[in-house]
Write a protein that binds this ligand. Structure first.
Ligand code: TYD
Length: 203
């Protein structure tokens, strides 16, 4: 089983991905937690290029190529080998992030994203959890963390609002695998919402 966690910056999905993995391990499952961009040695090097520096360091087109290159490495070295061993793979972001961040926010580049995805990646998760919340609140959380990897958060609130709309539109396009999780409230409340969906799908 291949599960992705998606959402705008600061939506709390990374915390919930960790908790999901913990809960799956408690059920005795073999689970791997990974993330994008990154999740393999080469892909982590590309991550560094993408997430640091000026917001206008790369055009959206260049980003599509770099994110897809990182994803291909991640797929070859981490995702596919673990799926082949029947492990559950949980990833903090996957191709839906490219569809939305690069495909839907700065010009309509979705066709490029889809062509590259089809040619170079070719798989989508069995289940995608989309963490949805008010971008104003999410942005405050995200920037408060100040990780040094804030290039996308530095695009500002209007950008985050476009991202939110993009993710919600995506869940309609891929209704069979995408579930929207209300990411407002306490960590425990969000966990309960997320876990009830994952548990259901496991059966
Ligand atoms: P990350 O540290 O994962 O941020 P967060 O914890 O908020 O998820 O940083 C990933 C950043 O890269 C995030 O701002 C989203 C962006 N991104 C894209 O623009 N396209 C992509 O394909 C991926 C995977 C991430």
């Amino acid at each position: 089983m291949f599960i992705s966690f998606e959402g705008i910056d600061g939506s709390g999905k990374s915390t919930q991905a960790k908790r999901c993995v913990q809960a799956l391990r408690e059920l005795g499952r073999d689970v791997v937690l990974t993330r994008e961009p990154g999740g393999a040695e080469g892909a982590e090097e590309i991550r560094n290029l993408l997430l640091t520096g000026d917001p206008d360091r790369w055009s959206a087109e260049t980003e599509i190529l770099l994110f897809t290159a990182a994803r291909r490495d991640h797929l070859e070295k981490t995702i596919q080998p673990n799926l082949d061993k029947n492990a559950v793979v949980v990833t903090d972001r996957f191709a839906d992030s490219t569809r939305v961040y690069q495909g839907a926010t700065r010009g309509d580049l979705r066709t490029h994203v889809d062509v590259l995805h089809r040619e170079m990646i070719g798989i989508d998760p069995d289940l995608t959890l989309v963490f949805d919340m008010d971008p104003k609140v999410a942005l405050q959380r995200g920037l408060a963390r100040s990780s040094g990897e804030d290039r996308f958060e530095d695009f500002g609130l209007a950008f985050q609002q476009k991202l939110r709309d993009g993710f919600l539109a995506l869940t309609n396009d891929f209704a069979d695998r995408c579930v929207v999780i209300d990411a407002s409230g306490s960590q425990d409340q969000v966990f309960e919402r997320m876990w009830s969906v994952v548990k259901d799908r496991l059966q």
